[in-house]
Design a protein around this ligand. Structure first.
Ligand code: ATP
Ligand code: MG
Ligand code: FE
Length: 358
């Protein structure tokens, strides 16, 4: 069974084709992606209307590219999957609209996939796929959650952020350092040259005893630190950007300190979730899962404590179509694609908690 997957929840248009025949992990037959990051950079964030329009431009050419990679035609598609939510409503409507149109034209079923289920299952496409059960640390631009995962469709929320997501904390800190949007990767590169202990940053809820996170305070701490350094700079107050008067070393130190604070909390809470559940396997997914310091620290802890940690391929940490096609493939293999959703039309679900997915 070949499934075409379409992702359009935010600022990446992704299309992919998987072969989910048999019981092995679905095999990726083709995969194409267009990121809108450059288009949104001028605005310092995603402009929803521009995102929707660009998805419209990209989705069919990307579909053609995927089929060409696979050496197959449209008639080889047995089912279509698209991201149903959560995400930007207008952006989601493009993917679901195209998926439904293809479904009608080809006479094939259309399945709505939860975006975070896609992220969560994406490590199954890596060279070292996990097995169930495991604890998942979902760290993306919009979410930070710890889930207990007992199988496909069996997700229980253990804890989550009460305010900003980890990716948001990276992006907002990066913005305060003048690193553009989305600044997570840039901040992480800059942090390589910095001293994480040069300045003190808060690690909220580190000892709260639960598995929740809070990152909103970090942004304020970074702002305070940048202002303090800017005032002390010989060039005087900020020019075009608040962080302009900082020396490259000061910026790197702030970046390293902010990153260390975020990573410390993510690592500590992930280990606490493993302990609380008695599980020995951790799966990291979402854009922040690409972060080198997070991977280093988790791997070091895993080696020390005899735990296993699984990550998606670096290219599949942020949004892509492969994870949507894969999630649909795994759901099909688990017998979870029948039901109303497989035959009827469905609307987008811009707000949709993963724990409600069955
Ligand atoms: P969601 O999946 O919650 O709807 P999203 O799709 O926007 O949100 P992702 O695409 O999974 O999120 O991840 C994007 C986020 O990952 C951004 O905040 C980005 O800065 C962050 N990110 C990507 N690479 C890195 C990195 N190397 N270090 C830190 N953060 C990173
Ligand atoms: Mg994105
Ligand atoms: Fe995402």
């Amino acid at each position: 069974m070949r499934i075409l997957g379409i992702e359009s929840s935010c600022d990446e248009t992704g299309v992919a084709l998987v072969d989910a025949s048999g019981s092995g992990v679905p095999r990726l037959l083709g995969h194409a992606l267009h990121s809108q990051i450059e288009m949104h950079q001028a605005y310092g964030g995603v402009v929803p209307e521009l995102a929707s329009r660009d998805h419209i431009r990209r989705v069919l050419p990307l579909t053609d590219a995927v089929l060409a990679q696979a050496g197959l035609g449209l008639d080889a598609i047995d089912a279509i999957a698209c991201t149903r939510g959560p995400g930007l409503a207008g952006a989601l409507l493009v993917g679901t609209g195209v998926a439904h149109a293809l479904g009608v034209a080809l006479g094939r079923p259309v399945h709505g996939v939860h975006h975070l289920e896609g992220h969560l299952l994406s490590p199954f496409l890596s060279a070292d796929p996990p097995s169930f059960p495991f604890v998942a640390l979902l760290v993306s631009g919009g979410h930070t959650q710890l889930m207990r995962v007992d199988g496909v469709g069996r997700y229980a929320l253990l804890g989550e952020t009460i305010d900003d997501a980890a990716g948001e904390a990276f992006d907002k800190s990066a913005k305060l350092l003048g690193l553009g949007y989305p600044g997570g990767p840039a901040l992480s590169r800059l942090a390589e040259h910095g001293d994480p202990a040069a300045y003190k940053f808060p690690r909220p809820l580190l000892h709260s005893g639960d598995l929740d996170f809070s990152f909103a305070g970090l942004k304020t701490a970074v702002l305070t630190q940048v202002k303090r350094l800017a005032r002390a700079a010989p060039e005087g107050p900020a020019t075009s950007h608040l962080a302009d008067p900082l020396t490259p070393q000061e910026k790197a130190d702030v970046a390293a300190g902010a990153q260390a604070a975020i990573v410390d909390v993510l690592v500590k809470k992930s280990l606490a979730a493993l302990q609380a559940t008695g599980l020995r396997r951790l799966v990291v997914a979402g854009g922040v899962g690409a972060n080198a310091r997070l991977r280093e620290q988790l791997d070091a802890q895993a080696a020390r404590q005899g735990l296993r940690v699984h990550y998606p391929e670096l290219a599949l940490c942020t949004d892509n179509g492969a994870m949507i096609a894969l999630a649909a493939g795994l759901r099909a293999q688990a017998g979870l694609l029948d039901g109303a959703e497989a035959t009827g039309r469905f609307d987008v679900a811009p707000r949709w908690p993963l724990a409600l997915v069955e």
